[in-house]
Design a protein around this ligand. Structure first.
Ligand code: 3HC
Ligand code: NAI
Length: 694
């Protein structure tokens, strides 16, 4: 029997114990081991019932995703599940931690299911672009009902043990020691001669034939662009229409089709990249880090307040410093209001909110930052102010304190040079709203020590962010690439497109919103100010492409002023504004461009490929170490659709040669200044390779 699975006996009960760290994924060895264990238990006349349980931190976390894409190995999971269900002796699943995917399909094939109170059960396959492929779509609606199955399988969100019991998935919730209680449960099953109950023999009934279409329609926006949720719905519908064995065949066929799809490949890439991203090439796994027990935050504005919330949410006390009492109070009031909103929604207990607020120490005095292990500056985006602040921090903070800036664009090395400890200075670039957005760009300066940036990566994880290590350049990874998209969209407005056409194309590509709706939401004045600051370094065409200046000069800053690129009603619903259309058409005349029809395909190519080309330059310059770092930035900070895997993965899916050819086409159309292919793309395209297949 494989080492990953052990069979042991306690009286007349057989125990199949899985031990396949870290998460007991269902590798071939585990599948085979479970089957062998069952065979032993069935063959042994002394055994009257069996228990499946796991060692380590969790029950089975699902199929071994690393085996996907390789030739499948026997025994297949659906067959193992069938073997469990067909066992003449009762089999009990004893669950702790998370039973996910195949890790729930095994219990669904058992005859009884018990779990610890803290356990979570889910079918997250949809998040990998799949459906549950070992009977989940056929057994769950039979056990928990069609509606519950639709919710659980299409969302992929796990339920807690109490909810699972209410849904009929669990027979009991265990308070004490799981193994001891599972043995007691098994004895009861044996003594009371409880029958072997097969979920597959139950009926799955839909309340009405329209329930599936209604569900798809009600969730159309949520599922937009993704294939898997609709396939999940189909499979659940099949469970209500066909006999179990037929349904299993259909589920398997859909599973294999999805497994081979670009979307599933992309989503698996996302899963592994988000875990790989914290491993820094060149640093050992045991790289020493500093302990962060207290944090100072400078500036209680939009970003400072959100950053403070991130740390106190994780139980790390924060000293929050402002220049004026009035600003401090204003900042604290916003934090309080944010928490109160969550409390009002019933998502946070009042005591927890009070505890978090008590962890924030407001101050006007730099002296209070003396003991901080990490200080993050989020004051005005002005180099002179930043330099003054870092100079002060350098004199006040104890040696070893990490000094970080949340700057969006300013040069971290220049800031670091104002201190006597450039090795302890770096950027920690949060995204707005900082307490919500998962991305954290950790910016390593030329002199930042590995211990310091490794600490920032670790603390990023502690506060629930997805930290990505990047280097110093204008806009770092995310905003630098975004700037290229913004520029290209501006040119397309001049050449014949309208903001709503561009927005629609980008939205249909899969982004949550287009660039103009986003600009209106964030406030157009931010981009306008940034443009003015950089004006001297712009090309003549960039200078002349001043549509945003014209709009802002009219006081139209977006949603907050009731209009921007769009017109807004009291409920902030956007409508295209004929005045803006006129302004843009007039602008084209002024700059001497004859407007033409621009297709959605051109919009997507120019908006996305301009970013991919910049991403390739970022890789060449070493600003990002790997393409996956860029993908993770765009997935977590800018709403790049996960089912496309991020811009660099998407480029590979399209084919780099095709991307390269398009870049050459736009070079001829728009100009070499804007569309020179990066040497990396040129080389890879020539060799028939991709960013990920070098
Ligand atoms: N297969 C292979 N490796 C897996 C895995 C899986 N199903 N789940 C997790 N891992 C790996 C991770 O890649 C990571 O490896 P690393 O240390 O080398 O980076 C390690 O296990 C630990 O994972 P996390 O860092 O995510 O640990 P957490 O404790 O934060 O989370 C978890 C644990 C909740 C189980 C989380 O890992 C998770 O959500 N895993 C995926 C679950 C899933 O999607 N299951 C469905 C698989 S598809 C399926 O079952 C198909 C079936 O229907 C036929
Ligand atoms: P903000 O204007 O909302 O807040 C800045 C705060 O800093 C103000 O409350 C101000 O009183 C305070 N302040 C100014 N000088 C100070 C000093 N010397 N000491 C202490 N406090 C001081 O600005 P916001 O938007 O929070 O931006 C802060 C920083 O974060 C900037 O560098 C910005 O580029 C960056 N950033 C902003 C993002 C955004 O979307 N707003 C996103 C990511 C980064």
């Amino acid at each position: 029997m494989s080492e990953a699975v052990r069979f042991s006996k306690e009286g007349n009960i057989g125990i199949i114990t899985i031990n396949n760290p870290p998460v007991n994924a269902l590798s071939q060895a585990v599948r085979a081991g479970i089957r062998t264990g069952l065979e032993k238990g069935i063959a042994d006349n002394d055994i009257a019932a069996m228990i499946i349980l796991c060692e380590g931190r969790t029950f089975i976390a699902g199929a071994d995703i690393r085996e996907f894409g390789k030739p499948p190995l026997e025994p297949y999971l659906p067959d193992v599940c069938k073997f469990i269900e067909d066992s003449p002796k009762p089999v009990i699943a004893a669950i702790h931690g998370t039973a996910l995917g195949g890790g729930l399909e095994i219990p669904l094939s058992c005859h009884f299911r018990i779990a610890t109170a803290a356990a979570k059960l889910g079918l997250p396959e949809v998040k990998l672009g799949l459906l549950p492929g070992a009977g989940g779509t056929q057994r769950l609606p039979r056990l928990a009902g069609v509606h519950a199955a639709l919710e659980m399988i299409t969302s992929g969100v796990p339920v807690n043990a109490a909810r699972a019991k209410d849904m009929g998935i669990l027979d009991a919730i265990i308070e004490g020691d799981l193994k001891a209680e599972a043995l007691i449960f098994a004895k009861k099953v044996i003594n009371e001669k409880l029958p072997v109950r097969k979920v597959s023999e139950r009926q799955a009934k839909a309340d009405s034939p329209s329930v599936f279409d209604d569900f798809a329609k009600a969730n159309a926006r949520k599922f937009r662009g993704a294939i898997a949720p609709f396939k999940c719905i189909d499979a659940i519908r099949i469970a209500t229409e066909l006999p179990f064995a037929e349904g299993m065949k259909r589920e398997r066929a859909i599973f294999l089709e999805l497994q081979a799809s670009d979307q599933s490949r992309a989503l698996r890439h996302v899963f592994f990249s988000e875990r790989e991203v914290v491993r820094i090439p060149g640093l050992p796994d045991d790289q020493p880090t500093r302990e962060i027990r207290s944090v100072g935050v400078l500036g209680a504005g939009t970003m400072g307040g959100g950053i403070a919330m991130c740390f106190v949410n994780a139980g790390i006390p924060v000293v929050l410093l402002e220049v004026k009492q009035e600003m401090l109070e204003k900042g604290l009031a916003v934090i309080r209001k944010n928490y109160a909103g969550t409390v009002a929604k019933g998502k946070l207990k009042q005591e927890v909110m009070d505890k978090r607020m008590s962890l924030i120490k407001p101050t006007l005095s730099y002296n209070d930052l003396k003991d901080a292990d990490l200080v993050i500056e989020a004051v005005f985006e002005d180099m002179a102010v930043k330099k003054e602040v870092f100079g002060k921090l350098d004199t006040i903070c104890r040696p070893g304190t990490i000094l970080a800036s949340n700057t969006s664009y300013l040069n971290i090395d220049e800031i670091a040079a104002t201190t006597k400890r450039p090795q302890d200075v770096m950027g920690m670039h949060f995204f707005s709203p900082a307490n919500v957005m998962r991305l954290l760009e950790n910016v390593r300066g030329a002199k930042t020590s590995p211990e310091v940036y490794a600490t920032a990566m670790k603390v990023g994880r502690t506060i629930g962010k997805v930290p990505v290590l990047v280097g110093v350049c204008d806009g770092f990874v995310g905003n630098r690439m975004l700037a290229k998209r913004t520029r290209e969209c501006g040119f397309m407005l001049e050449e014949g497109a309208l903001p709503w056409q561009i927005d629609k194309a980008i939205y249909n590509f899969g982004f949550p919103m287009g660039p103009y709706a986003m600009g209106d939401m964030a406030g157009l004045d931010i981009g306008w100010r940034n443009r003015k600051a950089k004006f001297d370094s712009l090309t003549p065409r960039e200078k002349a492409c001043n549509i945003i200046d014209k709009i802002c000069e009219m006081g139209r800053f977006g949603q907050k002023t009731g209009s921007g690129f769009y017109q807004y009603d009291e409920k902030r619903n956007a409508t295209p504004d004929p005045m803006i259309e006129e302004l843009i058409t007039r602008h084209s005349q002024e700059v001497g461009i004859t407007r033409r029809n621009i297709t959605d395909q051109e919009i997507i190519e120019r908006a996305i490929y301009s970013m991919i080309n910049e991403g390739a330059k970022i890789l060449e310059e070493g600003i990002a170490a790997r393409p996956l770092d860029i993908d993770v930035v765009w997935l977590n900070g800018y709403g790049f659709p996960a089912y496309l895997g991020g811009p660099m993965f998407y480029a590979d899916t399209v084919g780099l040669k095709k991307v390269y050819d398009a870049i050459l086409k736009y070079r001829d159309l728009v100009g070499t200044e804007y569309w020179t292919p990066s040497p990396l793309i040129e080389r890879l395209a020539g060799e028939g390779k991709g960013f990920y297949s070098k």
